[in-house]
Design a protein around this ligand. Sequence first.
Ligand code: HCA
Ligand code: CU
Length: 432
Amino acid sequence: MSDQAFRFREYTPRPLEIIDTTLREGQQTSLLHDHYKYFFNAQDKIEITRALITYGVKFMELFAPIVSPREKEDFQAIKEARDGLITQKGYTFLLAHVRTHPADVEAAIDAGFDGLNFYIGTSEQSRRYNHGKKLDEIVRRARALTSDVRRNYPDLILRFSGEDAFRTPWEDLIRVYDEVAPYVDRFGTPDTVGVATPGVVRERVAALQERYPHVALEGHFHEDRGFALYNSLEAVRSGMQYINTTILGIGERSGITSMTALLFNLYLEKEYDMLEGYTLRASYPINVMLADKLHSLVPSREPVSLTNRTHTAGVHQKAVLNDASTYEALPLDMFGVVESEILLGPLSGWNVIHYFLKEIKGFMLDEQAARQIARIFKKRVYNLGEGVSPADLLMEIAEKEFRLERIQTPEGFQGRVLQMMDRRNGPRREVR
Ligand code: HCA
Ligand code: CU
């Protein structure tokens, strides 16, 4: 067992503890298969670990070493990365996701985990098709194993989850949880197949809190219905202290709650207590880091994304150039999205073309010329050759057909982007 595990007894959990599971649930994403990558390598895992710890995450769930020799080996690298940050960032607890099975438990304890996240299916579907055990047998095994581990390793952090908890009838769930409650620190309530709705989450959290006032609660919500974020928010507001998230919400099927989406929404709801200890400005960078590892962009449905500050329609582009608040209502800067962009295309109007050619490219042109160029551009942009961007087309029209001259910029400022020359204090805005 980790000689550091005692630290948990000395740690006062914050109002909201994220339990990141990017390296467990996250590695179950099909996106890794889409890119022929299949798993994160040791270097990826080290980078993800360091990023999460720097962000302020104190609990990370990892695969049990029994899952594969690779996972077993990589755990040591992850642990080293964690240990290297203790002086700077404090202690982060590494939790093994284990079946309610002695072999899983033994391997995890030997490897030096700080805690065990037990799970076993409790719904009828899990009982029948997953492990074939009856409720009595589940109760017997869960009680025997958790009480045994608790007795022998009093400092390990223990969590128990009835997998598919939201399809498990309440009576069945509490029959198991009642027996395990004396031995664990937390109960998980995974919405394994993404069927929960916010109202049901609120009721469940209240009922569990009433029945187990001394056991902390942990949520894990899948995105199948598109409710993962909303269910997590509802759970937190109902008093759930621990939530499982992943970076970008990656996970089995459509994934689970995205860490930055949850924290962003708690910020918008003015739940500032819940944000204690998280480096919110690192939200967008951490999303970009993971997207890069998946060989993709930050998904457009992720709230903390550049997509939410990207504008394509002429009407939007014009208004945003006047004042970004017209179409950018949320404080994404606080979460590290410090740029915004305007994409040139068939929907762009003369305003943005004027802006692009004058402020970004430094041509001398008046509004009249911009309107003429816009008319030509709008016709031709539908027939761009491969590898030619709308910006290339505009440059060609401006230079070759209109023979526009460049603005003379003072020595030392050539090649720089000029912004908002007619206005004071323009924002940094990318147009391409
Ligand atoms: C899994 C299922 C799980 C477990 C969650 C938990 C789920 O992939 O093993 O242990 O709390 O959604 O039920 O992710
Ligand atoms: Cu899950």
